[in-house]
Every structure is written in C-alpha cells, then in structure tokens.
Design a protein around this ligand. Structure first.
Ligand SMILES: Nc1nc2c(ncn2[C@@H]2O[C@H](COP(=O)(O)OP(=O)(O)O)[C@@H](O)[C@H]2O)c(=O)[nH]1
Ligand SMILES: [Mg+2]
Length: 195
C-alpha cells in the first residue's frame, strides 16, 4: 500500500450517505478508546489524519480514508455508556447499513484492548461477523502497556476467551512502539491484491 497516497475522503452519519463501493475496503471496528484512530494514524504514518481523543464516544460517523488501492473504513466506536438510546439506534442502523450494502469488503480488523477480557459488546461484534461470514482478524492494541509476564498471561487467557474463534488471527499491536504495524500492512496488501 502506498501510504503517502492516503487522504481523508468523507464521513457518513447516515446509511444513505455512504459513498458508492468502488474499491476494496478494509473496516476497522472496536469499542470506544480501544486505539482505533491511533492505529490508523500509525498505519498511515500520520500524526493526526484520524482524530485521537481522550474523551471516548465522539466518533459517531463512518469515516473513509482513501489510498491508491484500497479504502480504510473507520466505524464509530461502540460500548460508550453515556449516549442516548436514540444515538445507539442510529449507531446500529449505520453499522448495519454499512454491512448490508453489498460492498467490496475484504477484511474487518477488529480491535481488542490487549489488557482486558473482551466485553459483551466485543463478543456481540465477533458473533455478528461470524454469522455474516465476514472475514476478520483480531488486533490486540496497547501491547506496550503490558510487561512480559502480563503479556504472556493475557495471550493465554485470550485463547480461552476466544475459543469460539479458534482460527482467527491474533496480532499484538502498539501505536506507541510500532509493534505489529509491518505485519498489518502486509495483511492489508495481501487481501486487497486482485491477481
Ligand atoms: N500506550 C498506548 N496508548 C494508546 C495506544 N493506542 C491508543 N492509545 C491511547 O488510548 C486513547 C484512545 O486512543 P484513540 O486512538 O483515540 O482510540 P479510539 O477511540 O479507538 O479511536 C488515547 O489516549 C491514545 O493515546 C497504544 O498503542 N499504546
Ligand atoms: Mg477514534
């Protein structure tokens, strides 16, 4: 992927605002504050193409970033408690609108905080992706925050917690150190290659 070619393309707040599907798409999904914006910036070597926030729950739009060979699709973070039911419904309709739109979707990159057991909302998402037969990988964020022993412990625990998703790739990642970024780029390249 030519990361220098990356530009912010547009935001969609409603399903009917989604751009026509004209390129392979990679979707990024995860709960608020998991490190999604930081990951996208790191992936693209930009300081602030995607907005990093310390107050979670602000991104209630689907944001599109366009590269030469693919689009990156940043879904709004879920699991933010302090939003209204109306907002939650709009969120669900937007996400479903995206996934039901018959797009050239190549891969969902599902983010999980490496330090924690996945939440109920996380499992909801994993079940949804599995039921819809959407290919996904699990990127374990904030890996730099764990020391060696804690990290090994969490990796063991994930194996049990994610035993329903046994064949899914787990990729430890850190936007701070850059761990995992090279491998993630390779994965995105391989799933968007059309030959
Ligand atoms: N130590 C560390 N902090 C991170 C990492 N990724 C994100 N953060 C921090 O976690 C918070 C939320 O990050 P953000 O990218 O906005 O999360 P988003 O809500 O999922 O988009 C911010 O304070 C980031 O600086 C990481 O890999 N390591
Ligand atoms: Mg964000």
């Amino acid at each position: 992927m030519k990361i220098e070619s990356a530009v912010f393309e547009m935001s969609a707040a409603l399903p009917n605002q989604l751009p026509p599907s004209t390129m392979p798409e990679i979707v990024f999904s995860g709960r608020s504050n998991v490190g999604k914006s930081s990951l996208i910036n790191r992936l693209l070597n930009r300081k602030s193409l995607a907005r990093v926030s310390s107050t979670p729950g602000k991104t209630a739009t689907v944001n599109f970033y366009k590269l030469d060979t693919m689009r990156l699709v940043d879904l709004p973070g879920y699991g933010y408690a302090r939003i209204s039911d109306t907002e939650k419904r709009r969120w669900a309709e937007l996400i479903e609108g995206y996934f039901e739109d018959d797009r050239d979707l190549r891969l969902v990159v599902q983010l999980l905080d490496m330090r924690h057991t996945p939440s109920e909302d996380d499992f909801h998402m994993l079940d949804y992706l599995t039921q819809q037969e959407i290919p996904f990988i699990l990127v374990l964020t904030k890996a730099d925050k764990l020391k060696k022993t804690a990290r090994e412990h969490r990796l063991q625990s994930f194996k049990q917690e994610l035993s329903d998703f046994i064949n899914v790739k787990l990729l430890p990642f850190s936007s701070e150190s850059g761990e995992g970024v090279g491998e993630l780029r390779e994965i995105l390249d391989s799933v968007t290659q059309d030959n």
